[in-house]
Design a protein around this ligand. Structure first.
Ligand SMILES: Nc1ncnc2c1ncn2[C@@H]1O[C@H](COP(=O)(O)OP(=O)(O)OP(=O)(O)O)[C@@H](O)[C@H]1O
Ligand SMILES: [Mg+2]
Length: 276
């Protein structure tokens, strides 16, 4: 059984299906690249996986566990809807990380504070809910955790090549450096699935050219990487599997060779012709 299984995900805005019965699977160690025209539903899909948008129908399973489930009937009922939200939030907090197209770093926080914020909040919540600890023990444990989080962040910043920027602010970073900070922020929570939404779109050509190596450098047997992109060179360089989305539906999926050299559908052939 695949580690990540997405089944029949449907997201409707008003009466418009941004995603319709989207199903795919991915294994740990794989990089899956999503391609498709503007407005085809790629960002909506990443947002649904990360719990930022709630799908009306479908299931998301990780390692055999259902982390999100919704169907039209239960979505209509309030209780079940909040239950869906809860499952989705758990999935978002623990298993999925998203590197936003525009990075979304907090401008008033240093790089180090940006990348450690979520991990500190998570540690604080975990410690506060540990009933067996006294107030003093909780305070001491949190101080220890904070030190571990900071040293882990510095290691990751070094690995991703921006340790020298740790104490600077987002306005002092180049686009490529901001992206690296956003990647470290996502990695800090050690998600099983890390998602990139158009990682080259906000970058100058030189930084964009480095993105493939950056993504390949974080590829590991412990993670699934999902990449949404309009950059076909990036797709060809990093993808183990390519998925073509058109008007909210998956029209074709397969190896880069199958999709780029032996496209089946008229829509994919047209899309690739425009991108050439
Ligand atoms: N919050 C929203 N409210 C209403 N419609 C939305 C919302 N978010 C997305 N949509 C619509 O859903 C469709 C899919 O949008 P989405 O952003 O997922 O496309 P995309 O494939 O990421 O496009 P692009 O390549 O331009 O980034 C679009 O028609 C968009 O207008
Ligand atoms: Mg998008």
């Amino acid at each position: 059984m695949s580690y990540l299984i997405v089944e029949n995900l449907t997201k409707t805005f008003m009466s418009f299906d941004a995603l319709h019965n989207v199903s795919f699977s991915a294994e740990k160690g794989e990089i899956v690249v999503f391609i498709g025209n503007s407005g085809s539903g790629k960002t909506t899909l990443l947002r649904c996986l990360n719990g930022l948008t709630i799908a009306e129908e479908g299931t998301i399973k990780l390692n055999g566990q259902r982390v999100f489930a919704a169907d039209k009937e239960s979505s209509a009922k309030r209780d079940n809807e909040s239950n869906n939200m809860l499952m989705q939030k758990t999935a978002f907090n623990q298993s999925f990380g998203l590197v936003f197209q525009s990075f979304n770093l907090f401008p008033h926080l240093s790089v180090l504070s940006n990348v450690t914020l979520a991990a500190k909040i998570r540690a604080k919540n975990d410690i506060l809910s540990a009933r067996q600890l006294t107030k003093r023990e909780k305070r001491l444990k949190y101080e220890t955790c904070k030190k571990e989080i900071i040293s882990n962040a510095l290691l990751l910043l070094e690995r991703i090549g921006i340790k020298q920027k740790a104490l600077e602010y987002p306005c002092q970073l180049s686009g490529g450096q901001s992206q690296r900070a956003a990647i470290v922020r996502a990695l800090m929570l050690d998600p099983d699935v890390i998602c990139f939404d158009e990682p080259t779109s906000a970058l100058d050509p030189v930084s964009a050219g480095e993105v493939a190596n950056l993504i390949l450098s974080i590829k590991s047997n412990e993670k699934i990487i999902l990449v949404v992109t309009h950059d076909m060179n990036l797709a060809k360089t990093v993808a183990d599997k390519v998925i073509f989305i058109d008007e909210g539906e998956i029209k074709e999926q397969g190896t880069p060779n199958q999709l780029f050299d032996f496209a089946q559908s008229r829509k994919l052939k047209e899309f690739l012709t425009v991108k050439e």
